[in-house]
Design a protein around this ligand. Structure first.
Ligand SMILES: NC(=O)c1ccc[n+]([C@@H]2O[C@H](COP(=O)([O-])OP(=O)(O)OC[C@H]3O[C@@H](n4cnc5c(N)ncnc54)[C@H](OP(=O)(O)O)[C@@H]3O)[C@@H](O)[C@H]2O)c1
Length: 339
């Protein structure tokens, strides 16, 4: 690692979690969308950590943690300290039961070659499972609506992990305001972050505000509008952030790719974006976008109008029985559908 790259890492701004610990204001995703191999992704992680990324968003279900662990170890052997890194992972839906949460965390730690995680999320607030590469119409026989007692049983295990020191912070993902209110009512340890879909055409203003007001740091996934997402997460009416005329216009003004406008918007709004790319030019420009030429207050204001409430990661594969309206998963009317 050369001095220039160390300087880039040092220049990246940080946010402060409610625990007082710092987290980089931008990270890198590691989900290959069923398109990129673990080898390709881990090589990108190696290039990214050498370039100055310090936050990596991993998950057991991405099936690449062992290879990512190898390159993170390599980076530490090259002089990057463990304390400089902020590594997140997630518990997959089939590992929610007592005992399994600990097992899953232990496997992730072993694969990533770490002795603690900076953040562990519950990936989805359901035990509903789907096999890697599942089709939209696939349903698991065991799937059912959200059960708060089940979720709290899982959360208690997360709290145990934090108390044990194996995990520094615990968090949620793919939640709703209604579910979050129940969690805040019943938890002993509050979530430090909530990983949620956030991009210009899906701003989730109310939920975003709710998180900020409750000192839960929003981490924004699919910040560019996930142009490479798997087919199961595509529908005909999906909005394309990268082709939005205003986003394209602002990109021209700044002389950057529209993806960079999405990332600048995310950082300036206050969520932590975790863009994914295996391409060196892309992941480098994504990180550098935080360092110069911010969007103007007027551009930030204008970008509010790009919102189309267009959720891309709808979660159809987690539905149950013959239900096919994915909106049920998201409690849009404020009511949690239960069994
Ligand atoms: N918690 C959850 O349930 C959840 C769900 C989804 C994602 N995530 C996390 O969020 C991360 C990011 O989300 P995502 O992968 O869905 O979508 P994304 O980051 O919005 O989009 C990634 C794609 O954008 C393109 N791209 C990236 N940088 C670019 C640039 N500078 N210029 C042009 N194109 C660029 C790349 O496409 P090409 O490869 O075609 O160039 C890349 O594959 C994931 O990797 C994962 O870690 C979490």
């Amino acid at each position: 690692m050369n001095n220039n790259q160390r300087r880039i890492a040092e220049l990246i701004p940080h946010k402060t979690l409610y625990t007082g610990e710092k987290i980089p204001a931008i990270g890198m995703g590691t989900f290959g969308s069923d398109r990129f191999s673990a080898e390709q992704i881990s090589q990108a992680v190696l290039g990214a950590v050498r370039f100055g990324y310090r936050l990596f968003d991993c998950a057991s279900v991405y099936e690449n943690e062992a290879m990512i662990g190898d390159v993170l170890l390599q980076a530490r052997n090259e002089g990057i300290m463990r304390e400089e890194l902020f590594i997140q992972s997630k518990i997959w839906n089939d590992m929610h039961r007592p005992g399994d949460v600990l097992l899953s965390c232990a496997k992730t730690l072993k694969d990533l070659k770490l002795d603690y995680l900076d953040m562990l999320f519950i990936h989805w607030p359901f035990r509903n499972h789907h096999a890697p590469g599942a089709k939209v119409s696939d349903r698991d026989e065991q799937s059912h609506a959200y059960v708060h007692e089940e979720f709290m049983e899982t959360w208690r295990q997360m709290e145990r992990l934090q108390k044990s020191g194996l995990v520094r912070h615990i968090g949620t993902s793919n939640m709703s305001i209604a579910k979050m209110k129940l969690l805040l009512r019943d938890c002993e340890i509050r979530p430090a972050a909530n990983e949620m879909e956030l991009h210009p055409s899906f701003q989730q203003e109310e939920f975003f505000r709710f998180c900020v007001d409750n000192q839960i740091q929003p981490v924004g996934f699919s910040p560019i509008g996930s142009p490479s997402r798997p087919d199961r997460d595509r529908t005909d009416n999906d909005y394309v952030d990268l082709e939005d005329p205003l986003v394209v216009d602002i990109a021209k003004t700044h002389g950057v790719h529209p993806a960079i406008v999405c990332i600048k918007w995310a950082i300036q709004r206050g969520q932590i974006p975790i863009p994914f790319s295996i391409h060196e030019k892309e992941y480098k420009s994504n990180l550098l976008s935080v360092l110069s030429d911010p969007l103007s207050p007027k551009e930030m204001e204008l970008l509010k109008s790009v919102n189309r409430n267009c959720r891309l990661i709808k979660g159809q594969v987690f539905l149950w029985d013959d239900i096919d309206d994915w909106r049920i998963l998201w409690d849009e009317d404020g009511i949690i559908r239960s069994r």
